[in-house]
Ligand binder design. Structure first.
Ligand code: FAD
Length: 553
């Protein structure tokens, strides 16, 4: 069940999960599937924090291999396999090219050994085994890559995903198993009895409605906010987070056309960054700098953009990518668990920490998008122990089977090579109103659920209209986002249900009024409310372009 009115909320809940990023989503899914009564509360939109601002890779992480974090790599490549199975529409194999130059830190031979280790840690079940390419074959594969000093390359396989949609579908599965989900609702403070948390006070950020709700166990899954939530809004004396900021920039693929993700080292500091093909776009990232401040207000600065452009032009010198080529950016805060020993930001561990606080709250922080499912399993095991200790019967709980059961868009997904038939089915179910390009787009974001959307379009032909001329996103996606995918604001739709904010040359500005109008019909907004919603999105776009104003200062 989902509810948008706090007055309809029925507690008490077995588990209150605070934070609707991938971590909270995973915990809610696992707990609901075991049969627990779950409430998930997110202060903004699902995945609006770090979980829509990652590098969008489901990967073991070659960097962690280099740092000797073998257990982390082992777990991550195992989870990569699981996610490929349970979300094949969202998690796709991606070839990575790791070029070797005459001045590279490591030569072809050493890297090849590392690649064997990487394949071995996945028990040779990576999407494909790595291979070595000669200089000539690298030049054929990626003609724009610098060839001065090029010796050859290794090609290996990891996966790419849509991080926001992976989070969303995880939540939708939790809802399917009975979880209650509140978005744009903040946990304002804990309710306690004898120093133990018994619930929390909630406030809907869009309606100002407030309510108190009780729970047996509370989970703090607020990523970079976790110290703030631990401290109930006040600073804690023992902060665990060492947050770092990571920025990505997006350019059109016509300016940087790639057939592999290319793994590069920054010429200034030797840090690894990627240039990643993304359909008609390419994104480049990431930076890694210490961060202080509100994780909800993090944007690219000019220095971040320049850092990424410098490295890109070093690797692709003929392309001459400039500030004008950058169509959008995103910045996220890594919820890294502090490590006083770490020499610099990039060497802070990506492992997670799971702590039962003195007030009984279970705090989960750190980790990676890739390992969220496994991390959630560990959290819910601890939650069950806590419930048991508090006298809640846990005897009838089920196995959660999150490892094998598909996410909603993957239910019925064909074993191999059947995507073409689904694309045709989408066109057929829409009675020809959806063209092939849009059908492909819908299948890649919704999986099998694209067929349900196509049926809606057949019933309401206006819904087939494109949101921006020449682009594949359609009006029907707005209806779908509101009625099925828990979207409540124009920004939710523009940024995370569609990716117009990132992918359109004008960040979807041409579609904003139409989106606001359509949402107003569904959500009963007045004209003023719709206008305020559109304005809020435009302000968000402006903030993301702030780095441009530094160019003229
Ligand atoms: P978040 O996604 O930040 O979720 C926490 C949520 O809690 C937020 O949505 C916030 O709004 C909510 N919240 C906070 N306070 C409250 C409150 N009082 N009430 C209600 N809700 C509240 N991992 C990978 O596996 N692959 C990658 O390629 C990768 N790349 C990355 C690149 C960058 C630049 C960054 C920053 C991270 C990357 N990661 C990657 C790591 C991964 O993205 C994070 O580990 C993961 O997204 C963290 O999820 P989370 O749910 O813990 O935090």
């Amino acid at each position: 069940m989902t509810t948008q009115s706090l007055s309809e909320l029925r507690g008490p809940f077995d588990v209150l999960v605070v934070g609707g990023g991938i971590t909270g989503a995973g915990v809610a899914r696992d707990a609901a599937r075991r049969g627990l009564n779950v409430l998930l509360v997110e202060q903004s939109d699902l995945a609006s924090g770090t979980s829509s601002r990652s590098s969008k890779l489901v990967h073991g992480g070659l960097r962690y291999l280099e740092q000797g974090e073998l257990s982390l790599v082992f777990e991550a490549v195992a989870e990569r396999r699981v996610l490929l199975d349970i979300a094949p529409h969202l998690v796709r194999p991606l070839p990575f090219l790791l070029p070797v130059f005459s001045d590279s830190r490591r030569g072809m031979f050493t890297i090849n050994i590392g690649m064997w280790l990487y394949d071995g840690l996945s028990l040779f079940r990576s999407p494909k085994l790595h291979k070595s390419l000669s200089r000539k074959r690298v030049r054929a594969a990626e003609p724009d890559l610098r060839h001065d000093g090029l010796k050859g390359a290794q090609v290996y396989y990891d996966c790419a995903t849509d991080d926001a949609r992976l989070t969303l579908e995880t939540v939708l599965d939790a809802v399917r198993y009975g979880a209650t989900v509140l978005t744009h609702t903040r946990v304002e403070r804990w309710l306690t009895e004898n120093g133990r948390v018994t619930g929390c006070a909630l406030k809907d950020q869009l309606t100002d409605e407030e309510v108190e709700v009780s729970c047996t166990v509370a989970v703090n899954a607020t990523g970079p906010w976790s110290d703030t939530v631990r401290g109930d809004g006040d600073a804690v004396s023992d902060p665990r987070m060492r947050p770092t900021k990571g920025v990505h920039i997006v350019v059109n693929a016509s300016r940087l056309k790639l057939s592999h993700a290319v793994c590069c080292m920054h010429p200034d500091d030797g840090r690894v960054f990627f240039t990643i093909p993304w359909g008609d776009q390419t994104y480049i990232g990431t930076t890694d700098t210490d961060f202080e401040g509100d994780p909800g207000h993090v944007y690219a600065d000019l220095s971040d953009v320049d850092y990424l452009l410098k490295a890109t032009n070093d690797y692709f010198p003929g392309q001459d990518i400039t500030h004008e080529d950058v169509i959008s950016t995103w910045a996220g805060v890594r919820p890294l668990v502090g490590d006083e020993e770490a020499e610099n930001e990039s060497s802070v561990s990506r492992e997670h920490s799971l702590v039962r606080e003195p007030n009984g709250v279970v705090t989960i922080a750190g980790g990676k998008l890739t390992t969220y499912r496994k991390m959630a399993e560990e959290v819910v095991d601890l939650v069950v122990t806590e419930l048991d200790a508090k006298g809640t019967s846990v005897d009838g709980l089920q196995a959660s089977e999150t490892e094998t059961d598909p996410l909603p868009g993957a239910v019925g997904w064909p074993e191999r090579g059947g995507k073409k038939q689904i694309v045709s089915a989408v066109q057929d179910f829409s009675e020809g109103l959806i063209n092939k390009v849009t059908a492909k787009h819908l299948v890649s974001v919704l999986g099998m659920r694209a067929i349900d959307l196509a049926e809606r379009v057949a019933a309401d032909p206006d819904a087939a209209a494109p949101l921006v001329q020449g682009r594949p996103e359609i009006l029907g996606q707005v209806d779908w986002a509101v009625s099925v995918e828990l979207a409540r604001t124009v920004t939710d739709v523009m940024m995370r249900r569609t990716q117009l904010y990132y992918r359109d040359d004008e960040q979807g500005i041409a579609a904003v009024q139409v989106v606001a109008g359509r949402m107003a019909n569904h959500l009963g907004w007045s004209e003023d409310e719709a206008a305020a919603q559109a304005a809020a999105y435009l302000e968000e776009v402006e903030r993301s372009r702030r780095w441009r104003s530094e160019l003229t200062d």
